[in-house]
Design a protein around this ligand. Structure first.
Ligand SMILES: [Mg+2]
Length: 259
């Protein structure tokens, strides 16, 4: 039996539309005795909302099995004064941080989408305020630094550009809290009481999922759904341990490959 970390966006659903066979695959993985954890860089919804959305598509999971970047932020920044430029839905999951507007210990950058709210979060005024705090000595953190994310309408700009922009302006380097940071994968292993060498990561992103997991000694399977691009696999030095056409084919693939 293995510990299996399942990415959510692009593996179980795309823009909330379930991928065919996802619910059944999760059921079969559980029946085979594997321990599962759902590890996501998604930043547009609260953890409770995310879990409820997955459950509504027939995926059996408990909200406690979901690990989000907000969890990682709370772990890293508990009790500190934080200027959080994150989407509104996430604020409730940042309990334990002191969310304030100035004189902060840390600036935290979250995800982005094309909602009018996001335009306000990443307004010039807010970015200039974040820059000013960094200049005064605050540390820069980000939930992730993804360049883009896959939606049903195609790729959409993500918040990595804001992180890179602030790093450039303030001449600093951000600490990444979500995938591919080793701490994020280590937390998932701890939650499953699993050794990284006995743990598999399943995702659609070569950089955050596959390279991140392999960096801490896990094995990684890439799915050909979500943000998967054949040319990216061909030209990348990052090689997954396996590639499956979708999560629907993961249970039998693992059966063959878990020695
Ligand atoms: Mg993904």
């Amino acid at each position: 039996m293995a510990a299996i970390l399942l990415d959510v966006d692009g593996v179980l659903h795309v823009s909330g539309q379930p991928l065919p066979g996802a619910a059944d695959a999760v059921k079969r993985l559980r029946r085979a005795g594997h321990r599962l954890r759902f590890v996501t860089n998604a930043t547009t919804r609260s953890k409770a909302d995310l879990a409820a959305g997955l459950q509504s598509t027939g995926i059996e999971l408990d909200v406690a099995e979901v690990q989000t970047t907000a969890d990682a932020a709370v772990e890293a920044l508990k009790g500190r004064r934080v200027l959080a430029l994150v989407m509104h839905a996430l604020v409730g999951d940042l309990e334990g941080l002191e969310l304030v507007g100035d004189n902060v210990d840390a600036v935290l950058i979250g995800g982005a989408d094309d909602s009018p709210e996001t335009n306000l979060v990443f307004s010039y005024m807010n970015l200039a305020r974040a820059f000013a705090e960094l200049e005064l000595g605050a540390d820069l953190y980000c939930l992730h630094r993804n360049r883009w994310w896959q939606t049903q309408r195609g790729p959409l700009l993500d918040s990595g550009c804001y992180v890179a922009g602030l790093e450039y302006a303030a001449q600093t380097a951000a600490t990444v809290l979500g995938k591919p940071s080793p701490a994020y994968f280590d937390a998932a292993c701890r939650a499953l009481d699993a050794e990284p060498s006995m743990t598999w990561m399943v995702g659609d992103d070569l950089e955050t999922d596959v390279a991140g997991a392999r960096g801490v000694g896990m094995r990684a399977v890439l799915v050909r759904t979500g943000k998967f691009r054949p040319d990216a696999v061909e030209t990348s030095r990052i090689k997954p341990d396996g590639i499956v056409s979708s999560i629907a084919h993961l249970p039998e693939w693992l059966e063959e490959h878990i020695a």
